[in-house]
Design a protein around this ligand. Structure first.
Ligand SMILES: NC(=O)C1=CN([C@@H]2O[C@H](COP(=O)(O)OP(=O)(O)OC[C@H]3O[C@@H](n4cnc5c(N)ncnc54)[C@H](OP(=O)(O)O)[C@@H]3O)[C@@H](O)[C@H]2O)[C@H](O)CC1
Ligand code: K
Length: 519
């Protein structure tokens, strides 16, 4: 699922009309008809009042086409033209004519005018601004947006909520008060937009559905995008089936390094995540206080200790194993003093999480010792320690881009849509749920990525599959437990079913392809 930039969507639009030899008016008709069908399928002729707020560009034109189809099907509609600009797009004007021919007479709202009273049981279709938004809405538009947001109506946004840019190519909405319609649902054309995946703007999108409007595949298949969303389809294509004549040595040896007095749980969760993801063998390197805990709880895991009793003061010699470090490690000076030089020994990619990242943030020179291709898995607090505070999602993305370039690493930026970013591309994950905001969830993920890396997946593949399966395990967990009760241990219990469901058909398992399309 490619995320096209604003300019690429315009190009897709143009190429579609050229290749398919249709007019832009016909493409608008096609797009808006898909949106109408989506509404009609759900409302089934219900007498609920529908208020269509249309701008004066092509997003407004879409709104007028939807209005025409709704009127033809007997819906109770009221149409408003939000007159924020003196110019009108030609396709808007054509569709205004077509609507009037159907004896529907829109009301024009002029600058400064308030929205009319609306039945709070009704539905508001937001077709004011689409991808054409190129600057911050003016004070009147901001007040219209505020009135929509406090109206209490169900808001359905067309293409994207008005006031929200598709990407950050023109302006950064967070620097300007984030004035945007908050929709319950967004019907977007052709491809999801970058801003859907980021917390500042994504919260305004609500649920979202990508409507296939038949954009020219000649263009959309070939175009290189900076970002994409991914789901089961990509992970299935990466999956390495197990062969019959294999043994545990075929699936790698994972070492989880970390733990300190009082935080041995983190190391255990990572070890279990690695085992459940298929690592052939798992060894834990812990301070001496960890031996009984790990041996008692995890019979499958071998345990080796450093010299330190309550915290690590030394580390194992780099060897032919896959390293995941940082879970519960602590940031004591003795630990940090040993950890930073030790990292230099590593030549093959490693996975660094939690306190490994915190230690490096306190000793930034150490990031230069991280082997190329390593996977760093910070949560937002850890990432802020790594790169400094950001002022907005756009700024955070920029900082992340610079970081992966500088250190040739892969960042896994954890969030509602975890971003796996390398120097070539950013992948937003589509599995997972708010139940995952629970202690130890990140330790499990680090272990899972390590378990996949140990089995020979390329680093970016291990990161993508680990993140997706981690989210899917939690999705399976919440089906029985709900969000509140889900724990990191439950995510581990879901890993097996997640692998299994990856290859189930839509009829017998969670419909993963849909999950990627519809939030
Ligand atoms: N391929 C597709 O996805 C299709 C998309 N369609 C729909 O078309 C819109 C995009 O339409 P467009 O006319 O380009 O833009 P908008 O309707 O979003 O905006 C109209 C104009 O508003 C001006 N603008 C921008 N920011 C502001 C602002 N803050 N205040 C006032 N005015 C603003 C801007 O014009 P300027 O010349 O002033 O810059 C916009 O052009 C897309 O979202 C879909 O809904 C088609 O229907 C079919 C295919
Ligand atoms: K809109």
């Amino acid at each position: 699922m490619k995320i096209l930039s604003r300019q690429q969507i315009y190009k897709a639009d143009k190429e579609t009309t050229r290749i398919q030899q249709i007019s832009s008016l016909e493409l608008m008709e096609r797009a808006a008809t898909r949106a109408f069908e989506w509404i009609h399928q759900r409302l089934q002729g219900s007498p609920v009042p529908i208020y269509l707020l249309c701008g004066i560009g092509n997003n407004g034109g879409d709104g007028l086409v939807i209005a025409r189809h709704l009127a033809e099907h007997g819906y109770h509609i009221e149409v408003f033209i939000v007159d924020y600009h003196p110019k009108r797009s030609p396709d808007f004007l054509e569709n205004l004519q077509a609507l009037k021919q159907r004896k529907v007479w829109p009301t024009t709202l002029e600058s400064g005018q308030a929205l009319p009273a609306m039945d709070p049981q009704g539905i508001l279709v937001d077709a004011i601004f689409g991808i054409g938004l190129s600057r911050v809405p003016d004070p009147w538009m901001k007040s219209v947006i505020d009135q929509i947001n406090s109206s209490g109506l169900f808001v359905l946004a067309i293409d994207l909520p008005s006031g929200m840019p598709a990407d950050f190519s023109d302006f950064d909405p967070a620097q300007n008060g984030l004035s945007m319609v908050h929709a319950q649902h967004t019907l977007t054309f052709g491809a999801p937009k970058l801003t859907f995946f980021l917390p500042e703007t994504g919260s305004a999108v609500g649920q979202w559905t990508v409507l296939d409007i038949g954009l020219a595949r000649e263009y959309t298949d070939a175009v290189q995008t900076e970002f994409s969303g991914y789901g089961a389809g990509l992970i299935r294509s990466l999956y390495r089936p197990r062969q019959k004549f294999t043994h545990k040595g075929s699936f790698g040896h994972l070492w989880v390094v970390g733990g300190s007095y009082g935080t041995m749980g983190a190391l255990q969760l990572a070890a279990r995540g690695g085992l459940r993801s298929g690592a052939g063998k798992v060894t834990a390197w812990t301070p001496q206080c960890g031996v009984d805990i790990l041996q008692g709880n995890l019979p499958e895991v071998m345990v080796r200790t450093g010299k330190g009793k309550k915290q690590l003061t030394d580390f194992p010699q780099a060897g032919k194993f896959t390293l995941v470090a940082g879970m519960g490690l602590g940031t004591a000076k003795v630990t940090a003093d040993a950890f930073v030089p030790w990292l230099k020994q590593w030549k093959q990619p490693v996975v660094l999480d939690a306190d490994a990242l915190n230690i490096l943030s306190q000793n930034p020179e150490g990031f230069n010792s991280v082997p190329a291709g390593s996977i760093l898995t910070p949560h937002p607090g850890e990432f802020a320690r790594m790169v400094g505070n950001w002022t907005s999602d756009a700024d955070k993305l920029e900082k992340a881009r610079n970081f992966v370039k500088q250190y040739s690493c892969i960042l896994v930026l954890k969030g509602a849509h975890t971003l796996v970013l390398d120097q070539h591309h950013g992948f937003f994950n589509t599995s997972g749920n708010p139940g995952m905001a629970t202690a130890g969830s990140g330790d499990v993920l680090a272990g899972m990525i390590g378990g996949l890396l140990a089995q020979g997946y390329e680093p970016v593949q291990a990161a993508l599959a680990g993140v997706y399966l981690h989210g899917l395990s939690a999705d399976i967990g919440v089906q029985k437990l709900g969000y509140e009760a889900l724990t990191a241990g439950d995510i581990i219990s879901g890993i097996g079913p997640a692998f299994v469901s990856l290859f189930q058909t839509a009829e017998s398992g969670p419909p993963q392809e849909e999950a990627a399309k519809e939030e």
